[in-house]
Design a protein around this ligand. Structure first.
Ligand SMILES: [Zn+2]
Ligand SMILES: [Zn+2]
Length: 216
């Protein structure tokens, strides 16, 4: 699985185009402007990709700015955890709270849960439920290539925010990291919602929040 990373908007939120054998999935539509959306489209065209699925790690406003654009482009809705629905229904409220604007996406009708499989090319992504930063946080892992997309759960030397946001739980977030992400294995590459890629091993060794959770 090839992972093409993008970083968009003033929130510096990552968007990933993952592809294999000419088929792709788009994870998190963080592009805020049409020019940013076009950057993704250029990569789709450059690699001549058929985009099979549109996916969200969670529905915070910085991850859904570009949803509307890609829904129209690819004639399908984004798939997300069921708990994303109220966040998407309140997309404009979320945007107002952060002083930005959003063209609200369609409400997801395909709900993803732990253990679900998403296929494209020769790849099958597995869905993991990793709540805490938000109740709808999910991660996608491709075990054969040792790669995972984890949204706003685990960052390089940091973890997802659990203050100033609705329905967060720091305890649940730390549990998602120690019980669901760390067992993936130290060699698994992590593509987070913000910041550079890292690995499970690097975060186990250096991340102060992970170390604190492991000591607890
Ligand atoms: Zn978030
Ligand atoms: Zn985010």
């Amino acid at each position: 699985m090839q992972v093409e990373p993008f970083t968009f908007s003033s929130f510096m939120t990552n968007c990933y185009l993952c592809h294999d054998q000419g088929e792709a999935v788009l994870v998190d539509a963080s592009c805020e402007t049409e020019a940013e959306c076009e950057q993704v489209m250029n990569t789709v065209e450059e690699h001549d990709l058929e985009v099979r699925h549109l996916l969200l790690t969670h529905a915070h406003v910085d991850h859904i700015f570009g949803c509307r654009f890609f829904e129209k482009q690819f004639g399908q809705r984004f798939q997300a955890h069921e708990a994303a629905v109220p966040f998407i229904e309140r997309a404009e409220e979320q945007a107002t709270a952060f002083g930005v604007e959003v063209d609200p996406p369609s409400v997801p009708t395909t709900h993803l849960a732990a253990g679900d499989a998403i296929s494209f090319g020769d790849v099958t992504l597995e869905v993991l439920y990793t709540p805490g930063h938000s109740p709808d946080s999910i991660s996608f892992v491709h075990r054969p290539s040792r790669q995972a997309l984890t949204g706003d759960v685990l960052f390089q030397n940091s973890i997802g925010r659990t203050q100033g946001l609705p329905e967060t739980s720091r305890a649940q977030l730390l549990n998602s990291i120690t019980e669901t992400l760390l067992p993936l294995g130290d060699d698994v590459a992590i593509y987070p919602g913000h910041g550079p890629p890292t690995t499970i091993g690097q975060e186990r060794a250096q991340n102060p929040f992970v170390q604190e959770a492991l000591r607890a």
